[in-house]
Structure formats: C-alpha cells, structure tokens
Write a protein that binds this ligand. Structure first.
Ligand code: ADP
Ligand code: MG
Length: 300
C-alpha cells in the first residue's frame, strides 16, 4: 500500500506546483515545528528598484571634511551603477538599472570583486569604489541620517565609498509578495513557528516581519552563517523547515530537516532542497507540509 499512497501524494503535489525529490522526503515534514523563511526573494519579490540617492556633501558635512568630498549625486550613482553592473545580486540589479536610466551608459569596471553578504568592490575610472556594507565607520552625519530614514521606511540602504571615503547612500525598495501574509497565517495554522532570516539590516527585516505577521527575526546574518542558524535552532530541539531561493541559502536548505526552494530562485537552492515550490508562491509551502502529513497518515 505504501508506494501507491506515496504516488498519490506526489501526483497531487505536482498538481499544486510542488516538486518532491523523493518519497522519503515526506517523512521529514511530519515533525517539523519551525519554518525559517529567507527574506529577499522568498517573503519579498526580490525585484528591487532604486529609490533615493544621497551625497555626503550637505553644508554641515562639507564643513566637517574641509569641503573636499566633492561628489554630486550623478557621480555617485554612475560609479556605483558601473560597479553593480558586474553583480547579479538583486540590489546590484536595481542600482545598475537605476543608474543607467538616470545617467546613461555606464563606464567599465576593473578588478571587480564580490564580497558575499557585504557588497562589491572594484575600480571605475581610476577610482576605488565599494558599494554595500563596506564603508569605514562612522558615516558622515548626513549619510547616517539617510540610512536611518531608509531603514525606518523598510528600505535597504547601501553606502557608496570612493577612494576610502563614504561618498553617498543609495536606497532600494523591495516589496512584500501579496501572498506572504496569507502564507504565514497558513503555516501558523499548521502549528509551525515562522522565523525570518536575512543578511539585511535588522530594522528593514523587522518592517518586513511586521508586514507579514512574523515575531522572530534573525537579521544581519552573513551568507555562510545561515547554515549555523539552522543548526543552532536544531540544537535547541526544534525541527526546522527552511524556505529559500538564493545561492546563499543552499547550505542552510541542505542542513534543514526539510528544505523548500522557490522555483523562481537559483539552481543551487533547488538542488539543495527536498521540495521545490514551482511558482514561487509561499502559500504552497503550507500546502506541501499539509499534503505530506495527510499522505503519511494514509500510509500509517
Ligand atoms: P539576503 O539574506 O537578504 O538575501 P544578502 O546576504 O545577499 O541578503 O546580502 C546582505 C546585505 O549585504 C545586503 O542587504 C546589502 O547590504 C549587502 N550586499 C550584498 N551584496 C550586495 C551588492 N551587490 N551591492 C550592495 N550591497 C550588497
Ligand atoms: Mg533570498
């Protein structure tokens, strides 16, 4: 009887848009009590757009630095856009597209380097440029205020550093998927505790968590540390399902008791997971868990 019941489960799964790696996967879903949700691309669309551009040189900061900083908004945007053009990160795509739209064709980059979970660096027109969370602290007051305001509004801010000096702040906005709040409700209805996990700023993560009804937030986690978060939760005796889409989620998806990948995400995430939500609809994560629990109860 067992194989038939499993086939029913997987066939129904395919109808719902769930791909299941193998029948043994169903067993793992049974005792899961915690569901860790990646933020960008999982709870949010991950399609970010460039919003504001701030420069360091307002009256006050120019006085403080001897008035020598000297980058206007267009300079900052072009340098950042040129650099981000070489990256695939959702923030990078937003910055490069916004810069190209607002300032025209972007100059070439030399010595490009991606710093996972932190940002990018390289040379543009003979200048050393960095974008992300790589600027020397403390930020000039005007930029610190810009960053604070962005975070309060739930937007991600990245700092543009030119030749070692923080020259500007760019903000990008992502949006919460329409289906995410309903998905969180359904996961809770199954008795699961949702946890939001992200490399992004704590304040931005809180704003997203509040919007979808998640209480537990683990933010500012480096890509290589996401797996450690899953292991720590498991060490506390929790049985963890993880839903993610990025290359940086792959190790955590593999370590989780049940890994679920967004079908709209990267191949690395899909390969590391037990289940794939074909349409990238988070509500289906709850359907998948409910379906496999029901399938198991038919078997037993
Ligand atoms: P998430 O966990 O939300 O998918 P990441 O781990 O990819 O986020 O990135 C964490 C943070 O590192 C971002 O919020 C951003 O501040 C910074 N960062 C990473 N890559 C870039 C990039 N290409 N450009 C600018 N900032 C970046
Ligand atoms: Mg992601």
């Amino acid at each position: 009887a067992t194989p038939t019941a499993l086939m029913v489960g997987t066939g129904r799964g395919a109808q719902l848009g769930i791909l299941i790696k193998g029948p043994e996967v169903l067993e793992s879903t049974r005792r899961v009590d915690t569901v860790v949700l990646d933020k960008t691309g999982t709870v949010t669309t991950g399609r970010m757009t460039l919003q504001e551009v701030y420069v360091a040189q307002d009256a006050e900061d120019a006085k403080g630095s001897g008035g020598s900083a000297g980058f206007d908004e267009k300079d900052v945007l072009r340098l950042a856009g040129a650099l981000e053009h070489a990256s695939e990160h959702p923030i990078a795509r937003a910055v490069a597209a916004g810069a190209e739209e607002r300032t025209g064709a972007l100059p070439p980059v030399e010595g490009f380097e991606n710093v996972p979970g932190r940002g990018v660096r390289g040379r543009v027109g003979g200048r050393e440029v960095m974008v992300g969370r790589l600027a020397p602290a403390p930020l000039p007051a005007a930029l610190a205020r810009a960053e604070e305001a962005a975070a309060a509004a739930g937007r991600t801010a990245v700092v543009v550093t030119v030749d070692g000096t923080a020259a500007g702040v760019l903000t990008v906005a992502d949006s919460v998927k329409e289906t995410s709040a309903e998905a969180v409700r359904r996961l809770r209805a199954l008795g699961l505790t949702p946890v939001l996990l992200t490399g992004d700023d704590e304040r931005v993560a809180r704003a997203v968590a509040d919007a979808v009804g998640i209480d537990e937030v683990i933010a500012e986690v480096l890509p290589e540390d996401k797996v450690a978060v899953v292991r720590r939760l498991q060490g506390e005796g929790r049985r963890v399902a993880m839903v993610g889409d990025g290359v940086n989620d792959a190790a955590a998806l593999a370590a989780a008791d049940l890994g679920l990948a967004m079908g709209t995400g990267t191949d690395a995430a899909i390969e590391a997971s037990d289940l794939t939500l074909v349409r990238g609809d988070l509500r289906v994560a709850a359907d998948a868990i409910r379906l496999s629990r029901r399938t198991l109860s038919t078997i037993k």
